[in-house]
Ligand binder design. Structure first.
Ligand SMILES: Nc1ncnc2c1ncn2[C@@H]1O[C@H](COP(=O)(O)OP(=O)(O)OP(=O)(O)O)[C@@H](O)[C@H]1O
Length: 317
């Protein structure tokens, strides 16, 4: 039976991680036996407590840290080969960037083109066009001559996203792109990620905004030094899995009974948050929230019972 060329040319797997273990030079094993697969044309959330190994996973995919065991393949080929042809773009956490380095916004975005240039790094017309298009797409064209260090946190994030776009990477890794950005910027970034998904790209996004994950991520990966769960968001984002992932660091509120109702309605609202956007479950008392919705804002002080001692294994911080 013959296979059409397009079927062989287009890999279906975006990122495939198999039995990955990462041990740092000081002997600390940050991730053990992690395996998952992400299809192309999807956005996947990477969720876990501080220190659970999210950045380590990004660094392993980028080849910045050696793998003690296991393998990473990207778009159906070994990760090193995919990186060499600039298929993978990385948007680091803000803390990992030296903002005092005197460089213009347009130069930062041009860095995304370096891998496509020869050793003299002379930008072609196409390189300049791609930089302009990328800045337009993130709404930062008016800032192209500004020093990167003079921008706000959200603007810096958008510039680094533009750098990833200019690189034309099919796979984009974003390490906490929403930290320190306002809601408008977050919505703009989410819309851009949706557009990129439509273009058939693959995005892996680490975030503490639990509430926004079901809004825009098709899939989710929960980690805590190993893989806890991976798959479609509606299957992974269950109350039981989130409690397993966040254990004692989540704030967990349950509103029910007379706090919520004037009648005998037994339905209750459970709010789970690590102090960014909360994740909200609606349902019957004692039923794990398979059906869920998210709330757009963090509750400063919900009027209900704080469920620290309710035997759920979850406590406030
Ligand atoms: N260069 C390093 N050398 C040794 N240990 C490291 C190194 N980088 C990270 N670690 C450790 O590996 C573990 C995972 O760190 P990592 O930065 O991957 O976590 P994270 O999930 O990204 O955390 P956060 O949400 O705070 O960004 C932590 O215990 C951390 O202290």
């Amino acid at each position: 039976m013959s296979t059409r060329p397009s079927e062989t040319a287009l890999p279906r797997s975006g990122i495939a991680v198999k039995d990955l273990t990462v041990t740092y030079r000081n002997g600390h094993t940050a991730l053990t036996d992690v395996s998952f697969e992400i299809p192309i044309g999807t956005i996947t959330a990477l969720v876990g407590v501080n220190g659970s190994g999210k950045s380590t996973l990004f660094k392993a995919i980028m080849g910045f840290v050696p793998l003690a065991r296991g393998s990473v393949s990207i778009l159906g080929e070994p990760s090193g080969r995919a990186r060499n042809r600039n298929a993978v773009a990385y948007v680091p956490q803000a803390e990992e960037v030296d903002w005092n380095f005197p460089v213009l916004v347009e130069d930062v975005v041009m860095m995304g083109r370096y891998g496509h240039m020869n050793m003299f790094r002379i930008a072609s017309r196409r390189d300049r066009e791609l930089v302009g298009t990328a800045l337009d797409r993130v709404g930062m064209a008016d800032f192209r001559k500004r020093q990167i260090g003079e921008l706000s946190g959200g603007q810096k994030k958008r510039v680094f996203l533009a750098r990833a776009l200019a690189q034309e990477g099919r796979v984009i890794l974003l390490d906490e792109p929403f930290t320190g950005v306002d809601v408008t910027t977050e919505e703009a970034i989410v819309q851009l990620l949706r557009d990129l998904r439509e273009e058939g790209r693959v995005m892996l996004v680490s975030t503490h905004n639990l509430g926004s994950v079901p809004e825009f991520c098709d899939r989710a990966i929960l980690v805590n030094r190993t893989l806890l769960a991976a798959g479609p968001t509606e299957e992974v984002f269950t109350r039981a899995n989130l409690e397993r992932a966040f254990g004692g660091v989540l704030r967990h509120f349950v509103l029910g009974g007379t706090d919520l109702h004037d009648d005998a309605d037994t339905r209750q609202v459970t709010v789970i948050t690590d102090d960014e956007r909360p994740f909200v479950f609606y349902g019957e008392e004692g039923v794990d929230g398979a059906a869920s919705r998210s709330s757009p804002s963090a509750p400063d002080a919900p009027s209900g019972r704080r469920d620290e001692d309710a035997g759920s294994g979850v406590s406030g911080n």
